[in-house]
Structures are given as C-alpha cells and as structure tokens.
Write a protein that binds this ligand. Sequence first.
Ligand code: SAH
Ligand code: DHB
Ligand code: MG
Length: 221
Amino acid sequence: MTGAAWTELDTYFAERLLPGDPTLEAVLAASAKAGLPPIAVSALHGQMLHLFARMVGARRILEIGTLGGYSGIFLARALPADGRLVTLEADPHHAEVAQANFARAGLAERVNLRVGRAVDTLPLLEAEGAGPFDFVFIDADKPSNPDYLAWALRLARSGTVIVCDNVVRGGRVGDATSTDPTIVGTRRLMDLAGADPRLLSTVVQTVGAKGYDGFALMRVE
Ligand code: SAH
Ligand code: DHB
Ligand code: MG
C-alpha cells in the first residue's frame, strides 16, 4: 500500500460516509485561493472531530490553530445553538480567511476567533473565565505542544477530551535523537501526558489523504 492507495481509500470512504457538502468545498477552495497551505485535517478526520465533540456533548470547544477554519467548521457544527467554539490563530491573513469561511458556513455567531499567538491569547481566555472547555483540539505550531497541553489542562474540567494533531509526522516523532523543534515539542507532550496522573491518553496512528500521521487522544480524569 502506498500513499496514493491511502488517498484513494480516503476518497472512497468519504464518498460513502460523508454527504456532499458544497460549503466545505467552497471553504477549501477559498482557502487555497487565498494562498493558505493545504494542511487542514482530511474530511474524514474533520468528521471524526465532529463525532468526538458530539460524543462528549461539548458546549464549549477550544481550538488552537484555526488556519482557514476547516476543522473549526466540523467542530462548531457539533455544538448546540448556544454553544461556542473559541479558535486561536496567530496569522492575521489566515484569520481573515477563516472568519469569512465561518460566515460562509453560517457559523459566525457560534465561533469566537482570536487573532494572536496562542501563548498570548490563552492567558487572556483564562483571565476572562472563558473555560472550562469540554473539548480541546491542539493543531498549531508543534514546538509549543507542551505549552498547549498545559493550557488545555488549565482550561479543562474532569471529563474534558483533548485531541492533539500530527503526533506521528511520517514516523519522525519516533526519532529520539531528532533536534527538529517540531519533533522535540511533540515528544515532550508525550512525556508530559504519560507522567500526568490527570490524563488518560493514547495515540492513534493514521494513514490517508494526509499521508502517515496520527493524533493523541486524551481525557482529563
Ligand atoms: N486546524 C486547522 C489547521 C491548522 S494549521 C484545520 O485542520 O483546518 C496550523 C495553524 O496554526 C496555522 O494557521 C498557523 O498560522 C497557526 N499557528 C502557528 N503558530 C501559531 C501560534 N503560535 N499561535 C496560534 N496559531 C498559530
Ligand atoms: C502541518 C501542520 C498541520 O497541522 C498539519 O495537519 C499538517 C502539516 C505543517 O506545519 O506542516
Ligand atoms: Mg494538523
């Protein structure tokens, strides 16, 4: 099995399981046209995030790393009408594209997009008393993953589910000798998660349209 076969199967499963969605297609097209990198979650993984949020009955969701809002739309659609997605994005251009995409999806009122580096906006959220969040999706700059896990815990309650994306990266996260800050950051998150008695954690390795990668799935006890 090669990467091409993984992508073909992703297409097959998405065609069978996901309804055609002109809004999401328009969101991806607008993001590409605006020059955003094609690194949003796959449709099937977006649906997985949606399912997780529904399964925990999430009313408040925190996303770190908005990009064009693709994963955020799957998450915001899982919320009840009075629910909120707070999503954090450092790049003002990405944020502008995402805001237009949330509006395109009819979700502008359910989404609170904060522009700025997450290490700066997370303390503001805490000061505002924005938490606790029921579900947290960590998907921004990977060197900061240890900080984001610590912030997710500060803004969590017992039962909060935390998902961290891209924890395999073609297998590179397995390299204990790596000095790549993205790899070191994700390995440090694993050390913290494994050592923290408040967290029950696993990793699911994945293949598909986005290649060989994986996500960490954690629950705050
Ligand atoms: N969750 C998105 C993809 C996010 S890509 C999806 O699946 O649709 C990662 C995003 O994190 C990029 O838009 C990048 O600009 C943003 N980012 C990078 N460093 C950041 C930081 N320090 N704080 C907040 N966002 C950051
Ligand atoms: C990258 C970031 C992501 O969040 C992702 O899902 C894939 C790639 C990146 O920075 O290369
Ligand atoms: Mg990602």
